[in-house]
Design a protein around this ligand. Structure first.
Ligand SMILES: [Zn+2]
Length: 160
């Protein structure tokens, strides 16, 4: 059988590979990784009223990467706790991707709280089962380039 890049099995393998690299990489965190991890906390600084992106830099980024509606639930940000910067691949599992902008998106706080620390693959399944009408939105946001680069790094062992 010809391998089909759009095949769900292939996709699942891609997620598994990215996950595997994630686990390996996690045990080799560098000082830079820790610095980036901390830098994000400063960068996304919360002003305490549910709004994020209050340093000048992050404010500009949030404005450039959002409009008035959450890209996931399509509700107004203002009615769902405001904007929040989420890591598509959770920071707890991929701390070195804390400041990787391909890994960031702006979603409403309610969606962010629900997503929590779910791995992206699990999260898509969760959305599919819980909110089938939002599934296309989640799929559209899938960090596919990032997952591919993680999977490639595993194959090439360039992350040693
Ligand atoms: Zn939302």
């Amino acid at each position: 059988m010809e391998p089909n890049p759009n095949d769900e099995k292939t996709l699942k393998e891609l997620f598994q590979q990215a996950d595997k690299l994630g686990n390996r990489r996690y045990h080799r965190l560098t000082q830079q990784d820790f610095d980036d991890y901390r830098k994000f906390d400063y960068w996304r600084y919360f002003n305490g009223r549910g709004e994020c992106g209050t340093t000048l830099e992050s404010k500009a980024w949030v404005n450039d990467h959002s409009d008035r509606h959450c890209p996931l639930c399509e509700q107004l940000f203002s009615q769902h706790g405001g904007k929040s910067i989420d890591h598509k691949l959770p920071r707890s599992q991929y701390p070195w991707l804390s400041m990787e902008f391909e890994n960031l998106w702006v979603i409403c706080r309610d969606c962010n709280i629900e997503k929590a620390e779910m791995h992206w693959y699990r999260y898509e399944q969760h959305v599919l089962l819980t909110y089938p009408d939002r599934y296309e939105n989640a799929r559209h946001a899938r960090p596919i380039a990032l997952l591919r680069s993680l999977a490639n790094a595993l194959i090439n062992k360039s992350e040693t």
